[in-house]
Design a protein. Structure first.
Length: 367
């Protein structure tokens, strides 16, 4: 079997936050979400789908796939997915082992694993060593609203839909307090701050938030790779620390674990180097006794890959669902709706479902 063709699809799909008031910050300023999908074709007719992290960098990632990766992939046997991943990382290291280059490699890797699983006529979680029977608790990952009333409205709505965990993207105490008031004491709350503070400022804020009994605070320090400061903070506050959505490759996570910087690790399959690299991170995290909580605010193949990877973990952790309503979905909308608070992983071969070609056609960005 050989790779015969690679197609890249750049999409923008409008969404609703569920509230009228918009935050004044720069948090993902957009009314539509970027997608960078990849389709890999083979000489036996099997097609694999993947996607790269593309929020506000869609065009750059697409260009990297088309011009940096595609020439190295045509003619390769997709069954050699792990070798291909290694060779791409080695060949392209000059262009950086983080950011756009790794996002592009991630998309290719996901698509190749889709092909491998389809060729084997098994769902990906079987190929990764799981029966697919584990429960995968879901959490609602809310937008940043910067408004206490909006936070309370979205928290209550999420609970009404069956979510048993809530994650905020707020950086002010008033919104965190409002969330706790809205959900009561029995619903765990996490807060992703997106790297806003120095260590001293982070310590002040986390001490201020002690009364809200947070499940974790995510990426409180800038820059995110300052693992020593993150480790120091972890020893000085009571709240558990989570990080990893900005880390690429297993090497970066090993540094994070060696520094004892986190209680929860958050690799993103569309960023770290795909399924191949994510598997390595799972193994390293186990050896350091760190729980993996996959980062997955996605609605393309990366979300499906995350579900399958979570199934392969001894403890799937908590699975993220970006709490937005889209004008159209690449997959049946029910896939993104938890049942009894848990996600269901597709059980057909490969990732389980191919993207809706009509949605791709309707929301394709014309060059």
């Amino acid at each position: 079997m050989k790779v015969t063709g690679i197609e890249v699809y750049e999409l923008q799909i409008p969404f609703s936050r569920g509230v009228k008031k918009k935050a004044t910050s720069n948090f993902l300023k957009a009314d539509a979400l970027d997608f960078c999908l990849i389709k890999i074709e083979t000489d036996v007719g099997i097609v694999g789908w993947g996607d790269a992290f593309a929020f506000h960098c869609r065009r750059s990632v697409a260009e990297a796939i088309n011009h940096m990766i595609k020439p190295h992939l045509i003619g390769k046997n997709p069954m050699d997915v792990q070798q291909i991943n290694f060779e791409l990382q080695k060949t392209l290291h000059l262009f950086g082992r983080y950011g756009i280059t790794m996002f592009a490699i991630s998309a290719v890797d996901i698509a190749l694993w889709d092909i491998v699983s389809k060729f084997s006529k098994l769902p990906l979680y079987n190929i990764l060593g799981s029966s697919g029977n584990k429960k995968m608790p879901a959490y609602a990952s809310l937008w940043r609203y910067e408004d206490a009333e909006s936070v309370q409205d979205r928290c209550k709505h999420a609970i009404s839909l069956g979510y048993k965990y809530i994650k905020l993207h707020e950086i002010f105490t008033s919104e965190v307090e409002a969330a706790r008031e809205a959900v009561g004491d029995d619903i765990p709350i996490m807060v992703d701050t997106n790297c806003p503070w120095t260590k001293d400022k982070a310590k002040k804020m986390l001490n201020e938030w002690e009364d809200y009994n947070l499940y974790w605070v995510e990426e409180p320090i800038n820059p995110p790779e300052d693992f020593n400061s993150l480790s120091d903070l972890r020893t000085e506050v009571l709240c558990p620390i989570a990080a990893g959505e900005n880390a690429c490759t297993s090497f970066e996570f090993k540094k994070m674990f060696e520094a004892e910087a986190v209680d929860y690790a958050q690799p993103s399959v569309t960023k770290v180097g795909g399924i191949t690299e994510f598997k390595k991170i799972i193994s390293i995290a186990e050896s350091y006794g760190v729980q993996v909580m996959p980062h997955s605010p996605y609605f393309g193949p990366g979300f499906l890959a995350t579900l399958h990877l979570a199934q392969s973990m001894p403890n799937p952790g908590l699975l993220e669902r970006f709490f937005l309503d889209f004008e159209a979905y690449l997959y049946p909308e029910d896939l993104f709706k938890p049942k009894d608070g848990c996600f269901i992983v597709p059980d057909k071969p490969g990732l389980g479902i191919d993207p809706d070609k009509n949605v791709i056609k309707d929301y394709l960005i014309k060059s």
